[in-house]
Write a protein that binds this ligand. Structure first.
Ligand SMILES: NC(=O)c1ccc[n+]([C@@H]2O[C@H](COP(=O)([O-])OP(=O)(O)OC[C@H]3O[C@@H](n4cnc5c(N)ncnc54)[C@H](OP(=O)(O)O)[C@@H]3O)[C@@H](O)[C@H]2O)c1
Length: 310
């Protein structure tokens, strides 16, 4: 597994990270037992992945805690989040962090995020939650401060564009994928200038793992004028990516697309399925997509910023 440096944090991280939320919650949404989910995370760590993302809101912190038990803590980069609401207080943040530490069985978090912040709440969070985060950092309970967007509700990155104007955030988590590439110009370009570490979510979610949802999404984008039907084969919109020397599947193309985009550091991948885990690890070892395929993808989806693909 390739490593990179997570922007200004200086943390050495693998380019693939285990996501413990999303539609699968490492299998907790698809009928797996806690032991089976623990085994998936362990398998990912044993394969060389060193980055794990969870959140108080996912209900998977205890599972992560079990999976990392007995492993040298300094060999793992742990990312977790406190939920944010309009009225989040400093005390909410402190209590939330203490509970996360207990569930994870650790005494520090490497990257601690405000979870799913929206633009309307941003100023309040900066005035109330950020001082609490700074205090926790001084106490050594968190190492770096992050913020994540609510991509389904904010597919145009309004909150992260605002957050990039400040010099507060070491790490940001953005939605980015083949279908909605708008983070390139709106988030990644500025994040590169500011050396902010970038975690990518939604690389593969529903539209890029289920053909019927992809079909629906494409129809919607043609209808709302963000996609030119002349650019695309409606019956098999991403079929052109799969060929010898190209991608082996849509999910493979989707992970490689994100992994090789300049400005991205860790691409999160969540699954409750061991076969998917192994396939995804293999995708991260493959080279960028062929230039002609990449150019075609960039052209087809150049105007899309209304959907998350989730
Ligand atoms: N606002 C936020 O802070 C926020 C929001 C969303 C997510 N996140 C974080 O980001 C991580 C990534 O989230 P995500 O939204 O990109 O979703 P995800 O958690 O990576 O889920 C990916 C989905 O695709 C399926 N899948 C994975 N590999 C596959 C493959 N090779 N072939 C077919 N299907 C495959 C999985 O189902 P199977 O179980 O069947 O494989 C799962 O349903 C999350 O786990 C979470 O840690 C953060």
């Amino acid at each position: 597994m390739d490593y990179t440096v997570l922007g200004r944090t200086g943390l050495r991280v693998t380019v693939m990270g285990v996501g413990c939320g999303g539609p699968s919650r490492v299998g907790q949404n698809t009928g797996r037992t806690a032991e089976e989910s623990t085994a998936i995370i362990r398998e990912a760590l044993d394969s060389g992945i060193n980055f794990v993302d969870t959140a108080e809101g996912y209900g998977t912190e205890e599972i992560v805690g079990q999976a990392i038990k007995g492993i040298d803590r300094s060999s793992i980069v742990l990312s977790t989040k406190t939920s944010t609401f309009g009225k989040t207080t400093a005390e909410d943040v402190r209590t939330s962090l203490e509970e996360s530490l207990k569930r994870l069985g650790t005494d520090y978090i490497d990257v601690y995020h405000l979870h799913g912040a929206i633009l309307q709440d941003y100023d309040h969070l900066v005035s109330v939650a950020v001082p609490a985060l700074q205090q926790l950092r001084e106490q050594g309970k968190i190492r770096f401060m992050g913020i994540t967007e609510r991509f389904n509700a904010d597919p145009q990155h309004a909150m992260l564009q605002r957050a990039l104007q400040d010099d507060i955030w070491d790490v940001m988590m953005t939605g980015f994928n083949i279908i909605n590439q708008s983070a390139c110009q709106r988030v990644l370009a500025k994040a590169i200038q500011k050396n902010v570490g970038i975690l990518v979510m939604f690389a593969v979610r529903r539209a890029l793992s289920r053909p019927e949802i992809l079909h629906e999404t494409i129809q919607g984008l043609i209808k709302n004028g963000q996609l030119d039907p002349d650019d695309i084969d409606r019956d098999d919109p991403l079929g052109f990516l799969i060929h010898e020397g190209g991608a082996v599947s849509v999910a493979d193309a989707a992970y490689r697309f994100c992994r090789h985009e300049p400005g991205t550091h860790v691409i999160l991948s969540g699954t409750g399925n061991s076969e998917h885990l192994r396939a995804n690890i293999a995708s991260f070892a493959r080279p960028p997509l062929p230039e002609a395929d990449l150019a075609r993808l960039k052209n087809i989806f150049r105007s899309v910023d209304s959907v998350s693909g989730g």
